[in-house]
Structure formats: structure tokens, C-alpha cells
Design a binder for this molecule. Structure first.
Ligand code: SF4
Length: 144
């Protein structure tokens, strides 16, 4: 087995930690991630940097890539069914309204993401939580 080392920047959050991937060159597979010296990580990585890359080798590890919205019409445990965006948005709005009416706005929590959507989407999410739902239950994936 020939192992190649590839230094790159962790793609999970905005900290910009440097990672050294050890790659099996014949199979083009990442075997291990270790910290590389970087200005922000100083020889360390968090758990996401250490272990959160295994989906690259097998995209089925966590969940299959979603291509359409899915709903469990039968409730918890029922199979997921593909639906249109219009149906998914109507369903979600109806369920959030029902939950808010039954349990109050603080029974709902919204979370933003550091990964792809950018500041604007996170701004809209907190605005939705506060102005539409009526809760300050807003958090961020960095605290996971
Ligand atoms: S803090 Fe963790 S997730 Fe963020 S860049 Fe560094 S290793 Fe990646």
C-alpha cells in the first residue's frame, strides 16, 4: 500500500484548521486525518476534523443524499415518502402551527448551520424563529 499525504483545510466550519489526510493511493481512499500545523488550529483538530470526513469514502454512511423532500405521512416510524416542495412546505407550516398552538412557541427550536448556507440564510432562520414562531430558541451547529 502506498500512502500519500495531502494537506488541506477542514471544510466543516469557518475556523480553517489544517488537516493532513493519509490517503491509500491505489484505492484513492482516505485512511486517517491528523492535525497539520495551521495558524488557527496549532496542531489540533476538533472531533469533526478528526473523524467527520468518512462520508467521503462512503456517502451512504450517514444518510443517502437527499434529492427531494421526504415526509413520514404515517408519523414516527412510518416510511419516508418523496413529496413535492409545495407539499413539504405546506406540511411543515401546518405542523409548526399545530405544535405552537398546542405547546407554545418555546416548544420549537431553530438551528443555523456554519457549513453552506451563509450569513443570509442564518439571518433568515433567526428572524423566522423570533418573528414568525415567537421564540428565542435559536442555536448554531458549532455548539453540537
Ligand atoms: S474547528 Fe473543527 S470543524 Fe472547525 S475547521 Fe477546525 S477541525 Fe474543522
Amino acid at each position: 500500500m502506498t500512502i500519500k499525504e495531502v494537506q488541506t483545510t477542514c471544510a466543516y466550519c469557518g475556523a480553517g484548521c489544517q488537516i493532513l489526510f493519509k490517503v491509500d493511493q491505489e484505492q484513492n481512499k482516505i485512511l486517517e486525518a491528523v492535525p497539520a500545523p495551521g495558524r488557527t488550529n496549532d496542531g489540533t483538530l476538533c472531533l469533526k476534523g478528526h473523524y467527520g470526513w468518512d462520508y467521503i469514502n462512503d456517502p451512504q454512511i450517514l444518510t443517502k443524499r437527499l434529492k427531494n423532500p421526504l415526509i413520514r405521512r404515517g408519523g414516527k416510524g412510518a416510511p419516508l415518502e418523496e413529496v413535492s416542495w409545495d407539499e413539504a412546505i405546506s406540511y411543515t407550516a401546518r405542523r409548526l402551527t399545530e405544535i405552537k398552538e398546542k405547546h407554545g412557541p418555546d416548544s420549537i427550536m431553530c438551528t443555523g448551520s456554519a457549513r453552506g448556507p451563509g450569513n443570509e440564510a442564518n439571518y433568515v432562520m433567526q428572524k423566522f424563529a423570533r418573528a414568525a414562531i415567537g421564540t428565542n430558541n435559536v442555536d448554531h451547529c458549532a455548539r453540537i
